[in-house]
Write a protein that binds this ligand. Structure first.
Ligand SMILES: [Zn+2]
Length: 169
């Protein structure tokens, strides 16, 4: 997946996001394309846009000078794009990989998005004990990532399937 550079409204570089997230920001009118790939376009029934290499946010965002993004349940769901870490279906709950009853923390690395069924099935066990391997490892977003997530850049689920397949020449 190509990464797209994100500039603040003031043109300062902020971060990079995946192409999908860049397109979502543009489609949601939260960013404009500053520099596009010379040949590639993304096409669909109602959409025909150049593949962005650099986008610029329409509104200036203040990036906190924090080393770490604050953990939140909502943040975990957005980070994981509302996909269950165990089955890949739509997630509405946050699961503690190491359960809280066993000392598991409310932290980015110990929490994943989960569908209610899997959360209930896993219950008070680790993934190993439950025989439910994680489809992906949880990670800690950078503060800039968290800021972009809070803008809705994580809303990849809003992308139609054909567009999330990537760029078409
Ligand atoms: Zn699930």
């Amino acid at each position: 997946m190509r990464d797209t550079l994100v500039l603040n409204a003031s043109f300062e570089p902020l971060s990079t996001v995946t192409l999908n997230r860049a397109v979502v920001l543009v489609l949601q009118s939260k960013a404009v394309v500053e520099q596009a790939h010379p040949e590639l376009r993304m096409r669909g029934a109602a959409i025909d846009i150049p593949v962005p290499r650099v986008i610029r946010l329409c509104r200036y965002v203040r990036v906190p000078f924090r080393r770490r993004a604050p953990w939140s349940r909502r943040g975990v769901l957005v980070r994981d794009q509302f996909r269950c870490a165990y089955c890949g279906k739509r997630a509405t709950t946050v699961d503690h990989v190491v359960p809280r009853s066993r000392g598991g923390a409310d932290s980015w690395l110990n929490t994943v998005a989960s569908c209610a069924e899997d959360n209930h099935r896993k219950a008070d066990r680790t993934p190993e004990q439950a025989g439910m391997p994680l489809l992906r490892e949880p990670f800690e977003p950078t503060p800039a990532d968290a800021m972009l997530l809070s803008l809705g850049a994580g809303g990849v689920e809003a992308l139609p399937d054909w567009l999330s397949q990537g760029a078409a020449a």
